[in-house]
Design a binder for this molecule. Sequence first.
Ligand code: C2E
Ligand code: MG
Ligand code: MG
Ligand code: MG
Length: 278
Amino acid sequence: EAKAEGGDHICFFNPDMLNIIAARAAMENDIRIGISEQQFALFYQPQVNSAGKWIGAEALIRWRHPEKGMISPAEFIPLAEESGLIIPLGNWVIHEACAQLQIWSSQAASAHMTLAVNVSAKQFRQADFVDIVLTALDSSGADPRKLKIELTESVLVDNVEEIIAKMQLLKSHGVCFSLDDFGTGYSSLTYLKKLPLDQLKIDQSFVRDILMNPNDAAITRTIIGLGKSLGLAVIAEGVETEAQRTFLQSQDCHAFQGYLFGKPSATLNIPHKTPLTV
Ligand code: C2E
Ligand code: MG
Ligand code: MG
Ligand code: MG
């Protein structure tokens, strides 16, 4: 590998940086192709109540890459956001999610299920976002009240009044809102009070060590209390063990999502019977 050496001049670029730039450009192009060749798919992960009943699901995007296999969103969503490709990709997600919601509503076992969709800040800020969602609901026939939009605190960096107006407009059609990864961002309590939210989602980083780390337990307790005082539902993500669930439940958290109940999968097989809890 060639390295700029010896000179006393300042070197702005080195081969490593060029490699990174080239790899990003290649992936960006790959995402573009992936969209047009329908390589993206939605997986669904169940959300349950304290009785273990499936009350809804979260849609999580996957990329079935023809050469690289299944790619996780952690690898391509950040690049899609920076490049602007999150707009076509995110709009596809909304249409696909609404179509799935409509299919579930037509089957008795799944008719009650809600579906949560992750929406990037950039996507939510596009001028016609509300129209895109209403069109997807309309053309699929899905019930707006069963659609939940997951936003993160990153949506709150600027133009909060505009964000609130959009949320209110969608809410007037029945769409719900959840604040994802809650506790990891920097939203002030002033904003939190102003936002027309329905749900707070406790980030999995707090759930992971909830039994060992008193700070995580305290944060979780605080979020649950905050939800209660603001009149918001609270759901915990990343629940992997029965012990975590029991602890969360003892803290008054009554909705859960995590590997304990089901991993994200292409098709949801809704249990006929609710598991018995003592
Ligand atoms: P997220 O919305 O916070 O989703 C939760 C992540 O935790 C998912 O990772 C899920 O598979 C994983 N998870 C669920 N249960 C457990 C568990 O019990 N233990 C552990 N360790 N992990 C669990 P995934 O599917 O890789 O998605 C990562 C992130 O990518 C999501 O975080 C979300 O921010 C983003 N993402 C996924 N789909 C979309 C999408 O359609 N649009 C946008 N804009 N972002 C998406
Ligand atoms: Mg999410
Ligand atoms: Mg999350
Ligand atoms: Mg997360």
